[in-house]
Design a protein around this ligand. Structure first.
Ligand code: NAI
Length: 509
């Protein structure tokens, strides 16, 4: 389906943070835009706000004043809903209330022609429900922008039960023509991003609650080892705990209390205390003037003589780590192994990538006296920190040697209490698991699921592409181990992950 023509009129209802931004996007794409808000003066104020934002770009030399004038000229405040009647597309961005939205859609249906596409920017309400009861629910869809709309690339195009496929395709093409990255999703709680992202926060909160490490350490690991732009705690502080907690609650409730989405008491306590994050001056971190900034708990420099590093088996994803050891001037001996499994040996100490078991359990299972587990890194060549956990048989000297080894490679070392799946592996396995379930349930394709997480929340890699690279059997095994360790449904592996692992398939061909 072709995109709407730039001459088509776009109406935006609600001139708040989102509505004004969406109106700006449409006007920048060349459309005449009508902006309506039921609060007196709000539509004009929204347009004035857009002008101010754009003029900042003029001041920085990034835009011509004439361009700003042309964009603003295309934006008109509307005094009544009736003034939106000749629009080709309406984007509703009003208060998040189903009854209020339904009322607005019913009124729009009576005012607009039969071909007007009616969309909602809702984050949490069902498109199926918003459209229910209308005469032509097939022309209703979700058009979910992210905040701030002019900056964030992702637009989720949401189809409700009745949405016509051609309507979804037209919206998809239109969002693309507006310079956005559109993805298709079916109307299910959280759509793609707000669902698949839950474990990013939830696993961080669990790790902290269980005393694996403090927020500053966990954040640093997800950034420096995981390649995420922000760690979960600093990100929750930025989003606001009230908002993030409410989204978690709404997804949890919508999935009938599935424990995979269970909200955290740690976050509830912050909300109750009014520690909402940056906006209130304090969340996990203290943003008030003069407050001490929390720093990650990395091991001090270790000075130990290192025996040769023996690398055994099929190294797979950790191969660049061994290359890095060689490049750092360490003596590396490469060996085949009977099992083929990747193991590093440093004297009597064994080191291995976590597989979701805690070090104590794995050392017992494999008959090892001293085992240090290390965490997953997005890229072992570029990572600048790593999490480690030791089995009970690792003495102070072996611990010192493990620290020295990774420090010689230029990595900051964080020793965690012995926790299943460590930090990055556990987070990535759970993100991939959630994305896999979304694909299994027909919410989105694997390609759109990955694209949504990269364009919507800046993940360094799509969770499913990441799982492909790790091997789906390995990710499945990690989840199974997590589930066994905790005895919780929360970590149950998606059947799609299992099926693909058994068939030796991948998500992306
Ligand atoms: P906001 O509170 O900043 O703006 C809402 C605007 O709608 C206000 O100006 C209000 O006067 C107006 N309004 C309320 N009821 C109205 C009605 N019946 N008719 C006309 N105007 C009405 O809210 P925000 O943050 O812009 O959110 C709007 C929608 O966008 C919600 O559905 C929200 O879930 C969704 N959304 C919000 C995001 C965010 O980060 N704030 C991100 C993505 C979606």
């Amino acid at each position: 389906m072709p995109a709407l023509a730039p001459s088509d009129i776009i109406a935006v209802i609600g001139a708040g943070a989102m509505g004004a931004g969406i109106a700006q996007v449409a006007a920048q794409a060349g459309h005449p835009v009508r902006l309506y808000d039921n609060r007196d003066g709000a539509a004009q104020a929204g347009i004035d706000g857009v002008r101010r934002q754009l003029e900042k770009r003029v001041a920085k030399g990034k835009m011509a004043q004439s361009e700003v004038d042309a964009i603003i000229e295309r934006m008109t405040p509307a005094a009544t809903l009736a003034e939106l009647a000749d629009s080709r597309l309406v984007v509703e961005a009003i208060v998040e209330n189903l009854e209020v939205k339904r009322g607005v859609f019913a009124e729009l249906e009576s005012l607009c022609g039969p071909d007007t596409l009616l969309t909602s920017n809702t984050s949490s309400l069902s498109i199926t429900s918003i459209a229910a009861g209308l005469e032509r629910p097939e022309r209703v869809a979700g058009l979910h922008f992210f905040n701030p709309a002019p900056v964030m690339k992702l637009v989720e195009v949401i189809s409700g039960l009745a949405t016509d496929a051609e309507v979804a395709e037209t919206l998809y093409a239109t969002a693309a023509a507006w310079g956005k990255v559109p993805v298709h999703a079916s109307s299910t709680p959280g759509f793609i991003v707000n669902r698949v992202a839950r474990p990013f926060y939830a696993e961080g909160l669990r790790l902290m609650q269980e005393g694996a490490a403090a927020p500053a350490t966990l954040d640093a690991l997800l950034r420096q080892a995981g390649g995420f732009r922000m760690g979960p705690f600093e990100l929750m502080d930025l989003i606001g705990h009230d908002v993030n907690y409410a989204v978690t609650r709404s997804v949890f409730d919508a999935y009938y209390g599935d424990t995979r989405f269970e909200p955290s008491l740690v976050q509830l306590a912050l909300v109750e205390a009014g520690r909402l994050g940056r906006k209130s001056g304090q969340g996990f971190y203290n943003y008030r003037e003069g407050a001490d900034s929390a720093s990650p708990d990395f091991a001090p420099a270790a000075d130990a003589a290192l025996p040769p590093l023996v690398a055994e088996g099929q190294l797979g994803v950790i191969a660049p780590l061994v290359d890095r050891a060689e490049a750092a001037g360490l003596e590396v001996v490469r060996r085949e192994s009977i099992s083929g499994e990747a193991r590093l040996r440093l004297g009597g100490l064994t080191l291995a990538l976590s597989d979701g078991r805690c070090a104590a359990e794995r050392a017992r299972d494999e008959g090892l006296e001293a085992l240090v587990l290390f965490d997953l890194c997005l890229d072992y060549e570029a990572a600048s920190a790593i999490a480690l956990a030791a089995s009970p048989g690792v003495d102070a000297e072996a611990r010192n040697q493990a620290t020295a080894l990774f420090q010689r490679l230029g990595l900051d070392v964080a020793w965690l209490t012995d926790t299943p799946g460590l930090v990055v592996l556990r987070t990535v396995a759970m993100l991939a698991n959630e994305a896999a379930d979304a694909v299994l349930q027909g919410v989105c394709s694997a390609a759109d699921g990955d694209l949504a997480m990269q364009a919507g929340v800046n993940y360094p890699r799509g969770p499913l592409a990441w799982a492909d690279a790790l091997g789906l059997a390995f990710v499945h095994r990690t989840l199974t181990h997590l589930q066994q360790s905790y005895g919780e449904e929360r970590y149950r592996a998606s059947f799609l992950l299992r099926r693909k692992a058994l068939a030796e398939e991948t998500f992306h061909v």
